[in-house]
Design a binder for this molecule. Structure first.
Ligand code: PMP
Length: 335
């Protein structure tokens, strides 16, 4: 008898399934693959970054026994960090903007993190959660500021694990990859690795409205208009992790497309995903149409829908935002 036992939390992160999304593969004539990061122990793609940042800090001696991990996060990195902190004997202090979903805030508290809600503010303001977290780490003795935006252990997690898994699971038969960006960790690590395996793989960003990355990739300048209901993605600056990305181009996706795709995946494929995952899949359809039939395209299913039940899966909330889903098929993706 063989055994397949993973030792502790650290070894239970990653090795997620790569799922063929059958409805969309059929509809596009391509093979559309979703890396099921929602199946990580903390329920998101950020578990990998959380783990790598802590292991790296232990190696470098920047976190010591009984220390405190401090981070500013839209939620998922905090969830991963809180779990790693528990498993490795640290305290966790998580600063997040107060406009994130209540589910994520409640979950963080349940996991044992000390949660501080900051006033939603742009990066240029000292109230932005990034700056608040940095200040907290300066105030707390024996603490480690994970700094996921600039800490390259974040993208390294995806360079060393997510991307090689996608490459192996697809048997190297990959024509394109597309995803959104928050810190840039996933897109930085995944595209850097895949381009090294095969420079012909088409690498694309899909950006929500309100984010400046689309214009940065297409024109070299940061310009952003509007806002988005998506959480954890979209940014108006190039982080160290994002700068690792090797990209061929960029798409934009709207909130209506996110909501329609989330419903589409739930109804057709039994896939219950969060807003960034739904946007990523919109990107996969756009890339399929760009490359033409017969291609294999992978994207990231960053987290699950349960984290957003009170929002993007709540008809009342959607109606208030004017985002009630109406599509019959894939007509909501028009380009
Ligand atoms: N989706 C969700 C739900 C997230 O929380 C994040 C991280 N903020 C991302 C996508 C983006 O990942 P990354 O930080 O690696 O760009």
């Amino acid at each position: 008898m063989t055994s397949d036992i993973r030792i502790g939390f650290a070894n239970s992160v990653g090795n997620t399934p790569l799922i063929k999304i059958e409805s969309l593969s059929e509809a596009t004539g391509c093979t559309i693959l979703g890396k099921a990061e929602l199946l990580n122990p903390g329920g998101s793609v950020k578990d990998r970054a959380a783990l790598f940042m802590v292991l790296e800090a232990e190696k470098a001696g920047t976190i010591k026994a009984g220390g405190t991990i401090v981070e500013g996060t839209a939620g998922n990195t905090g969830i991963g960090l809180a779990l790693v902190a528990n498993a490795r004997g640290y305290r966790s202090v998580i600063v997040m903007p107060s406009n994130q979903s209540q589910e994520k805030i409640d979950l963080l508290k349940t996991l044992g993190a000390e949660v501080e809600l900051s006033t939603p503010a742009p990066f240029s303001s000292p109230d932005n959660y990034y700056h608040v977290a940095r200040r907290r780490s300066e105030e707390i003795a024996n603490s480690f500021w994970a700094n996921q935006f600039e800490n390259l252990a974040n993208s390294e997690a995806h360079y060393q694990t997510t991307a090689p898994e996608i490459w192996e699971q697809s048997g190297g038969q990959l024509d394109g990859v597309v995803m959104s960006s928050g810190t840039g960790g996933t897109i930085g690590g995944v595209t850097a690795y895949l381009k090294e395996q095969n420079s012909q793989i088409a690498t694309y960003l899909i950006d929500p409205t309100g984010s400046g990355l689309y214009s940065y990739i297409t024109t070299g300048e940061f310009k952003a208009e509007g806002n988005s209901i998506t959480e954890g993605i979209g940014i108006n600056r190039a982080t160290a992790n994002f700068n690792r990305a090797r990209l061929d181009g960029a798409f934009q996706g709207t909130d209506q497309q996110v909501i329609e795709m989330a419903q589409y995946l739930l109804k057709h494929d039994g896939l219950f995903v969060g807003s960034s995952a739904a946007l990523n899949v919109v990107g996969a359809v756009k890339l399929a149409r760009k490359l033409g039939k017969g291609h294999t395209i992978a994207t990231i299913l960053c987290d699950g829908g349960g984290r957003y039940q009170s929002r993007m899966y709540n008809p009342t909330w959607l109606a208030e935002k004017g985002l009630t889903p109406v599509a019959k098929g894939l007509e909501f993706i028009d380009d």
